[in-house]
Design a protein around this ligand. Structure first.
Ligand SMILES: *[C@@H]1O[C@H](CO)[C@@H](O)[C@H](O)[C@H]1NC(C)=O
Ligand SMILES: *[C@@H]1O[C@H](CO)[C@@H](O)[C@H](O)[C@H]1NC(C)=O
Ligand SMILES: *[C@@H]1O[C@H](CO)[C@@H](O)[C@H](O)[C@H]1NC(C)=O
Ligand SMILES: *[C@@H]1O[C@H](CO)[C@@H](O)[C@H](O)[C@H]1NC(C)=O
Ligand SMILES: *[C@@H]1O[C@H](CO)[C@@H](O)[C@H](O)[C@H]1NC(C)=O
Ligand SMILES: *[C@@H]1O[C@H](CO)[C@@H](O)[C@H](O)[C@H]1NC(C)=O
Length: 585
């Protein structure tokens, strides 16, 4: 009895429940499926790290190209506003208009080219390769190249940020075409006499000589907001050589050149013989930048150094501490995409009162242009600037055991010519050192480690007066053309030399040329661009150590600098050199 009533009750309940379910299924099915779709697609969006589409968004290319942001990015103080995108052979560089923290975890967002006839566009996320500070409070973010059939108009988002939808896609303006590295104005520095110096790829000017400045014109945008894509002011070039064009500023701001800051600028090259028909201006990611924006020092440093480096952080301490002792006061490090903790070494040296600044220089194969750029930057602060690499060390030979070098010797040498009406460059001869019989990198550093070199000197290094360089800033292998009326001075080999630790132990030598490449290859999508030369520049053949590497480039044993360093720098009790401490870390 009891149980049959219960059974009946249960039956009625089940009937009711089934009815409710039918009702519910009618009203709830649609939203439920939508929620399910969103949840699953977001789950996969966060989980996927490979080049598989993770989400589909409506075809947005029907929107008028002038259409701007639908709303501003609402993620705290620094929005990820993409100013420019540059396609390099092996990565995509994205310029962001705000300063991002280098440890910030970003994702690059790729969009498929909408397939013909289809309605959906596919989206792929990949972690960014790196984030770095850039000129004037900006950042650069490097992304992998887009997958085949995906647009190079890549956007960024913070890892873990939720929504990737159509509205978000529109938040970064898509009107500016993606630049390619072979044809591009990439930097622009405000300079004296109401000029701006442009750095450009793709002009293909004759190397090592000045070009005819009358074939160039510069074009300035309207404002730093890029509202109008057009360039409205055109000015004459006052010099042109290799990748560097100097132009006048628009006349309207001659009295206030700082007003040019932030304005986009480009250059056009035309053939003077054809009646001067302008070619189209080069694409440009360059906005006028003033290197003089920080406080002008009361008094200039006597001696500074410019160098460009890539993944040589472990050599920096010795190089800076040694030359700091010789009198270099200020350092400009142009960082060519290092990923070996260079920033940390620089911070550490600054904490020890060395004045070192690191400048991101993502422009590959632009050494001469980088030196011109550094000369402009250093000129506000320095009377003399040395251009030499982190494996090059100035050395004052001893004579009959008599030390002629002491602290600040190098500074004293150049200071002797600061008021010279003749000399604007001081040249010092180089000796190239080999592995010196070693097979592992010397823990005491290169100066105490390598002691065998080639007999004949190779080339020389220059220390120049940055205010007396030729206006073209023309330079070839560390050598600048000087302003008319100025000459260089050769320092006798008996006074000073440069020890160039050019061929070190095999691992160092190999790394110097291949480390970056292998980093890229490791990260690379296997099914992409196989066999492309761009994938692995220089690694076409396997790098194999020649059997007698350690004995190569060894003609003369030369312990001069080693003896000098041990005598002047080694701690008496332990024999440790001051730069060794950190090398152990
Ligand atoms: C997207 O819209 C554009 C412009 O209307 C159109 O030409 C293109 O075919 C569309 N693509 C897809 C996949 O619908
Ligand atoms: C600036 O212009 C003046 C006059 O033309 C010239 O004498 C001077 O050398 C120029 N300065 C530089 C740095 O070019
Ligand atoms: C898009 O461009 C407009 C005007 O050109 C500008 O006001 C806006 O800030 C830009 N938006 C983004 C996200 O860059
Ligand atoms: C760094 O610069 C300051 C002045 O700005 C100077 O006093 C100091 O000596 C410099 N440091 C070194 C190691 O030269
Ligand atoms: C920077 O690194 C790249 C890649 O390793 C190399 O090709 C280039 O010569 C380096 N130097 C400059 C100035 O770009
Ligand atoms: C300084 O320069 C003068 C003249 O140019 C020269 O005679 C002298 O030897 C130089 N001194 C040093 C330390 O180089």
């Amino acid at each position: 009895m009891d149980s049959s009533e219960q059974r009946r009750k249960r039956k009625r309940f089940n009937k009711l429940h089934a009815g409710l379910f039918r009702l519910r299924s009618l009203t709830m099915l649609l939203p439920f499926l939508i929620v399910l779709f969103i949840v699953t697609s977001h789950w996969s969006a966060l989980r996927e790290r490979s080049f598989h589409p993770v989400l589909k968004v409506p075809n947005l290319s029907f929107l008028p190209s002038g259409l701007q942001a639908l709303g501003s990015y609402d993620a705290g103080s620094s929005a990820l506003v993409v100013e420019d995108r540059i396609l390099f052979p092996d990565h995509l560089l994205v310029i962001v208009s705000s300063r991002l923290h280098p440890s910030e975890s970003l994702e690059c967002v790729y969009y498929s080219h909408p397939a013909a006839g289809g309605e959906l566009q596919q989206v792929v996320l990949k972690p960014a390769i790196s984030v770095d500070e850039f000129n004037g409070g900006k950042s650069i973010v490097r992304c992998l190249l887009p997958p085949v059939d995906y647009s190079a108009t890549v956007n960024l988002r913070r890892s873990g940020d939720g929504v990737v939808d159509g509205e978000w896609l529109l938040m970064n303006n898509h009107t500016r075409a993606v630049a390619t590295w072979d044809r591009l104005v990439y930097e622009a520095i405000l300079d004296w006499n109401s000029t701006v110096v442009l750095f450009a790829k793709g002009l293909n000017l004759r190397p090592h000589v000045e070009s005819d400045k009358s074939h160039f014109r510069c074009h300035f945008g309207l404002s730093n907001f890029d509202k109008d894509e057009g360039f409205v002011f055109t000015t004459e070039a006052t010099s042109a050589a290799q990748e560097v064009i100097r132009c006048l500023l628009p006349r309207s701001i001659w009295n206030n050149p700082e007003k040019a800051q932030g304005i986009r600028v480009t250059v056009s090259h035309f053939d003077g013989t054809q009646g001067g028909v302008d070619a189209l201006p080069l694409p440009s990611v360059a906005k006028v930048y003033s290197t003089n924006s920080y406080q002008q020092r009361r008094e200039k440093y006597e001696l500074c150094a410019c160098t460009m480096m890539w993944n040589q952080a472990s050599f920096l301490r010795e190089w800076i501490m040694y030359h700091g002792w010789l009198g270099v006061q200020r350092w400009f490090i142009y960082d060519n995409n290092s990923d070996d903790g260079l920033k940390e070494v620089v911070d550490e040296l600054n904490a020890e009162n060395y004045n070192v600044s690191r400048h991101a220089w993502p422009w590959i194969k632009t050494q001469e242009a980088g030196f011109s750029h550094c000369a402009l930057r250093a000129r506000h602060e320095c009377k003399w600037v040395g251009f030499f690499d982190v494996d090059e060390f100035f050395y004052f030979p001893q004579h009959q055991g008599q030390a002629i070098a002491g602290p600040n010797s190098l500074r004293a040498l150049v200071a002797n010519y600061t008021d010279s009406p003749t000399y604007a460059e001081i040249r010092t001869t180089c000796h190239s050192f080999g592995p010196s019989g070693l097979t592992t990198a010397p823990s005491q550093g290169v100066t105490a480690g390598y002691t065998c070199r080639l007999h004949a000197p190779e080339r020389h290094k220059s220390i120049v007066r940055p205010d007396l360089l030729h206006t073209s800033l023309l330079n070839v292998v560390h050598h600048f053309r000087l302003r008319e009326g100025y000459r260089y001075l050769n320092v006798p080999e008996s006074t000073a030399l440069v020890n160039h630790y050019k061929y070190q132990v095999w691992d160092t030598f190999k790394a110097k040329f291949f480390r970056r490449v292998s980093t890229y290859v490791a990260n690379w999508q296997d099914d992409q661009n196989k066999g492309s030369k761009d994938r692995a520049p220089g690694l076409g053949t396997v790098a194999i150590e020649p059997q007698d590497w350690r004995l190569r480039f060894c003609e003369v044993w030369d312990t001069g600098l080693k003896d000098f360093v041990l005598a002047n720098f080694a701690e008496t009790a332990t024999g440790y050199l001051p730069w060794e401490r950190s090398a152990l870390l």
